[in-house]
Design a protein around this ligand. Structure first.
Ligand SMILES: C[S@@+](CC[C@H](N)C(=O)[O-])C[C@H]1O[C@@H](n2cnc3c(N)ncnc32)[C@H](O)[C@@H]1O
Length: 254
């Protein structure tokens, strides 16, 4: 059990690492193009990185990882959020679904600190954090582990010459299809027309996914069980129209 302010979280981690020794990225790992650090952190957020992160952090696995063992309870289901940004969506989902285990991945340290604020304030025992490139975690997770994977407002990399940097790719869609249980959902939101088209060009035609849509009124509207993220707010304030795509994992037996 760890206490930090009003935080009191049971931990399954017996040997938490210090924040000065984050999940490392080696020269042979896939290249990451985004930001890892932003403005200097305020003392309170730095304090959360030091006191709380070691207890909720997922260490970079060296072999297969059973994600249910990350929690101090047996989750009834698992969800994954890739690039959770400031963590408001992940924290809200975790608060509403206390029996579900949530794994969030984020490379940007300031975002990790922001999520920890929510985790601490609401004492969310069902959140675990991989504070590194999610591609270093996914291969170690088992098939059909998740009921939902969320990828909300990923960096669009709109220039054609940067298309290889986009998270949505045939390889990542294969990996998400492997990780999702039959009937599980891959949710992708984007406010960028290039990324919206790109996502449909790849995910809507993927053999293991079915685009769950009846018409624009559903993909133009955020799913009712989710909250707006910071990037959604920025997009709408700038006059851009977000799209919320849901792709359902087809049954393996079919
Ligand atoms: C445009 S921001 C959107 C953040 C948040 N989902 C939102 O809607 O406000 C994209 C985020 O994805 C993170 N990210 C990009 N690639 C990632 C990766 N491979 N693994 C983990 N996080 C990643 C970035 O650090 C960044 O914070």
């Amino acid at each position: 059990m760890v206490s930090a302010g009003n935080v009191s979280i049971s931990s399954s981690s017996s040997n938490p690492r210090s924040v000065s020794d984050p999940n490392p990225h080696s020269d042979t790992d896939p290249r990451f193009y985004g930001r890892r650090k932003g403005k200097p952190l305020k003392a309170a957020r730095q304090g959360l990185l030091e006191s709380l992160l070691p207890h909720v952090r997922i260490e970079r696995p060296e072999g297969p990882l059973d994600p249910t063992t990350l929690f101090a309870f047996k989750p009834t289901a698992l969800r994954l959020e890739i690039g959770f940004g400031s963590g408001e969506h992940l924290a809200a989902q975790a608060g509403e679904n206390p029996n579900t285990g949530f794994i969030g991945s984020e490379v940007f340290l300031n975002g990790v600190a922001s999520l920890l604020r929510y985790v601490g304030a609401a004492n969310l025992a069902n959140v675990r954090v991989f504070d590194a490139d999610v591609r270093l975690l996914l291969p170690n997770l088992p098939d059909a582990a998740f009921e939902r994977i969320s990828l909300l407002f990923p960096d669009p990399w709109p220039k054609t010459r940067h298309a290889k940097r986009r998270f949505v790719s045939p390889e990542m869609l294969d990996e998400c299809a492997r990780l999702l249980a039959d009937g599980g959902e891959l949710r992708v939101a984007s406010d960028h027309p290039v990324y919206q088209r790109w996502t449909l060009q790849h995910a809507a035609v993927h053999t293991n996914f079915q685009w769950a849509t009846k018409g624009p009124e559903d993909w133009r509207t955020r799913p009712v069980d989710s909250v707006a993220t910071r990037y959604e707010g920025k997009a709408i304030a700038a006059g851009r129209k977000p799209a919320f795509f849901t792709f359902v994992r087809r049954n393996r037996a079919a």
